[in-house]
Design a protein around this ligand. Structure first.
Ligand code: NG6
Ligand code: CA
Length: 512
């Protein structure tokens, strides 16, 4: 009884402390960065001193997962606290897609807004813009981040390998010139711009697969565009531009509580490092942009330090999906890997149901609250960011909102190392991980994506792996452990068919 009272009291204290402190939050979200790409996760062919320092001052998670093995569904789940695979139209979005996040539901931005934060999204978006029919690039571009609850947005609409190659600031194309209207088309060529297919001689980097449509800055992209000459980004400057926008936002809001969602283009293709980083790694362009990403993290830490904000700012660093080496351009990324393994010991990569598809670096620093230099192997999924942010900002989530998201703030602050009861990984097929077991449902898709040279994890048979003995998922033990297989199959079906996962699990049952 006394023990129980003390426990309740302690929990109340923790809630009270969080409610009092309400830190700023800076979430740096990298693109396609693998579990083995950072020196703090064991890479030796590359050094990432700034990200390592972030980890040594905070918490490093070894079993944290993006929700999907590609960008759009992963970001959708993170933003909404609901799995993308429950909803159609959440696959990799073209650059002229309409906004895929429902405005009437709670999302990460609206959680911070209702807690009184000022918030911004800077960098890659890839969640669509505009109403049905897509965005009007020559007018007001909405709905978008501002309609979801962000106070400021400066975004790359889709990906850097997709048109339009322009930034959107709030509701407008940045540096827009009405005399040179922008047209975007994903089916047919528009305007007179050369394409990679018709004019390969104009390219500074050739595609290896796809990516042969409109040429912008000597790089052919996915999709066609014309116009917008003054607004085109310069690929080599993107990382610096995003840091600059982050700096302005943080500085302007140094006296407010703020949330900054900083989405880097690095280390996605095309890889075009600034000359400060070009040739500076021992593994070519992919290594160079990892150094550039590390410098972005260092720059953000410096901004926070210079404004004396580091103490009361929770900095989170992670990636949207696992690594890919050649994702469509002849960048010599494969030839120059130099022994480096972007997925560490994990099998697969981006697009894959194997662990490298979703298990990603995940670091949290919050001085004074998180002990420096701790590592946790707690099972964690990014779908839980929303409910954890709600808890962090002292809010109770309505029962019917963000229904796949569980509060895992205690894991994110290193106060608990207990596993989430299960996580779901999504790569076309679904997998469920519970404790050290992983079940991958059968899939009829190809076993391998030969373009990117990644095993997708698809098999016609059920797969079961014991991750504690076999992190590389080499031995399918489905036949040896029929009871475990049956349990995980039933669990996956239950989750798939459930309408409200959070409601299904009462708080004490959440962790084992
Ligand atoms: C794929 C692209 C790949 C990348 C990916 C999205 C081709 C052949 N491949 O369709 O290059 O853009 O989409 O990556 O076009 S993600 O990280 O945004 O999900
Ligand atoms: Ca990605």
């Amino acid at each position: 009884m006394i023990k129980k009272t003390i426990l309740i009291w302690l929990q109340l204290c923790t809630v009270w402390i969080y409610a009092q402190q309400k830190p700023n939050v800076v979430f740096i979200y990298a693109d396609d960065l693998g579990y083995g790409d950072l020196s703090c996760y064991g890479a030796s062919a590359i050094q990432t001193p700034n990200i390592d320092r972030l980890a040594s001052q905070g918490l490093l998670l070894t079993n944290a997962h993006a929700t999907s093995a590609t960008c759009t569904p992963s970001r959708f789940s993170l933003m909404t606290g609901t799995y993308a695979w429950r909803k159609t139209g959440t696959g990799i979005a073209p650059g002229n897609a309409s906004l895929i996040i429902p405005q009437e539901k709670i999302n990460v931005a609206s959680v911070f807004k209702s807690a009184g934060y000022t918030s911004a999204v800077v960098g890659k978006w890839h969640l669509g813009l505009g109403a049905a029919g897509g965005p009007n690039w020559n007018g007001e571009i909405k709905p978008g981040p501002l309609e979801l609850g962000f106070d400021y947005s400066f975004i790359i609409p889709a990906t850097v390998d997709r048109v339009p190659c322009i930034y959107v600031e709030n509701h407008r194309v940045y540096n827009y010139n009405a005399a040179d209207p922008i047209e975007v088309n994903y089916s047919n060529p528009v305007g007179n711009n050369p394409t990679g297919k018709s004019n390969p001689g104009l390219l500074k980097v050739k595609p290896s697969h796809g990516h042969d449509q409109t040429i912008v800055n000597g790089i052919s992209r996915i999709g066609y565009m014309s116009g917008g000459k003054d607004a085109l980004w310069k690929d080599e400057e993107i990382a610096d531009v995003l840091v600059q926008k982050a700096r302005t936002f943080i500085t302007d809001n140094k006296n407010n509580r703020f949330f900054l969602f900083l989405n880097t283009h690095d280390v996605h293709v095309p890889r075009t490092p600034h000359e400060r980083f070009a040739g500076k790694s021992s593994m070519g362009l992919r290594g160079d942009v990892i150094l550039q990403l590390d410098a972005t993290v260092g720059a953000v830490m410096k901004i926070l330090d210079s404004l004396r904000l580091s103490e009361n700012t929770m900095v989170i660093f992670s990636s949207d999906n696992g690594p890919v080496v050649d994702d469509g351009y002849q960048e010599q990324a494969v030839e120059r890997l130099n022994g480096h393994t972007p997925g560490g010991l994990l099998r697969g990569g981006k697009y894959s149901a194997f662990e490298a598809g979703t298990r990603v670096p995940f670091i949290v620093r919050w001085p004074g609250v998180i002990q420096p230099g701790i590592t946790s192997d707690a099972l964690f999924s990014q779908v839980d960011m929303l409910a954890s942010f709600a808890k962090l900002t002292g809010q109770q989530l309505p029962e019917n909102e963000a229904t796949d998201s569980f509060d895992q703030l205690a894991v994110l602050t290193g106060q608990s190392k207990q596993n989430r009861i299960y996580i779901i990984e999504h790569a076309g097929v679904l997998s469920v991980v519970k404790d050290h077991w992983k079940y991958i449902e059968p899939g009829a898709g190809p076993a391998k994506n030969n373009d990117v040279n990644i095993e997708l994890g698809n098999a016609l048979q059920p797969q079961l792996y014991n991750l504690s003995a076999d992190i590389g998922e080499r031995n399918n033990v489905a036949g040896k452990h029929p009871a475990v297989l049956k349990e995980l199959q039933a669990l996956l079906e239950k989750i798939r068919n459930s309408h409200n996962e959070r409601k299904n699990y009462s708080a004490p049952a959440l962790r084992q």
